[in-house]
Design a protein around this ligand. Sequence first.
Ligand SMILES: *Cc1c(COP(=O)(O)O)cnc(C)c1O
Length: 363
Amino acid sequence: MTFNKVLDGVKTYEAGKPIELVVREYGVDPKDIIKLASNENPYGTSAKVVARLEEVAKNAFVYPDDSMYELKEALGRKFKVDETNIIIGAGSDQVIEFCVHAKCDANSKILMAKTTFAMYEIYGKQTGATILKTQSNEHNLNEFREIYKTQGADIIFLCLPNNPLGECLDSKDVYAFLDEVDENTLVVLDGAYQEFATYKDGKKAIVPSEVISKYSNVIYLGTFSKAYALGGMRVGYGIAQPEIIKNLYKLRPPFNITTPTLASAIEALKDEEFVFECIIKNFEQMKRYEEYSNSKGFKYIPSYTNFITIYLDGYSSKDIAQKLLEKGVIVRDMTGYGFNALRITIGTDAQNTKVFKVLDLVL
Ligand SMILES: *Cc1c(COP(=O)(O)O)cnc(C)c1O
């Protein structure tokens, strides 16, 4: 059978390894497995959200509220924007997909940092668009400018902070860059880890209401999967001017967000205390990874997120990741990105203690 030719250039996304696989392949007791490969919130689903999910379970037979009125209203209040400025996706991933398909075809160009969120390129290639990348791995706005000036772009992705490296541009530099971008170029500001960055350093804070009132060509993306501890519910959002939102809506499948998902996101927004406590603990625990790396002479990238990327000079990160896996510690090996490094999600105190113990054992 023949398929759409553009698919020849599309890579399949590789998710972090699930706990079930480690149980099956290495016979590790599920209780002893710690999964620090997908940047989930290690403190688990908040108790209030769990209680709410139990309440809505009995409504599983009814289609969800496809207007998503309540969630949009809650997000509108949080971000001081109107409902017409918001689109909800099955993860912000789905909003990225809408953005790419709304703007691109085989003649389009998409500009991004060399090492950034894999889905930008995957969705881009689905349309046959050309992917333009900076030379530097981390975001370098002068390189973005240079490529944009000489080659142009239909979409520019800025990941603030950047996954999988953890660095983050200052918002004033981002705003200065936006001033130079043509209004027909869609700029996607991916704020999947903004809650973490904003807590660590106010200079990194992107304010969606300010950005979209000044720039009609910008969309801000947020997700409930990371700080809000709802990775399994699949919910994220985009904030932009109504003209952008209206066009993205044309690509949205009906009922793309389930009833339990809507209820859990609304509840999570009422429990900001939980999120705040998780973020504080995240950075306390991150210090331990920095100290551990220093004690071993390993370099790391200072991180504004809930993960840290550590270079394993003198070792093979691929081997070390495999050995950790066999002992029930799941982390992300960065060999595929051309780095001899591990990306480790910052876990709970007990989980991190175990990571250091097992690392000591395998190194
Ligand atoms: C996790 C992540 C997302 C979106 O995740 P969803 O679970 O689809 O909401 C988007 N961008 C980056 C950079 C991420 O790390």
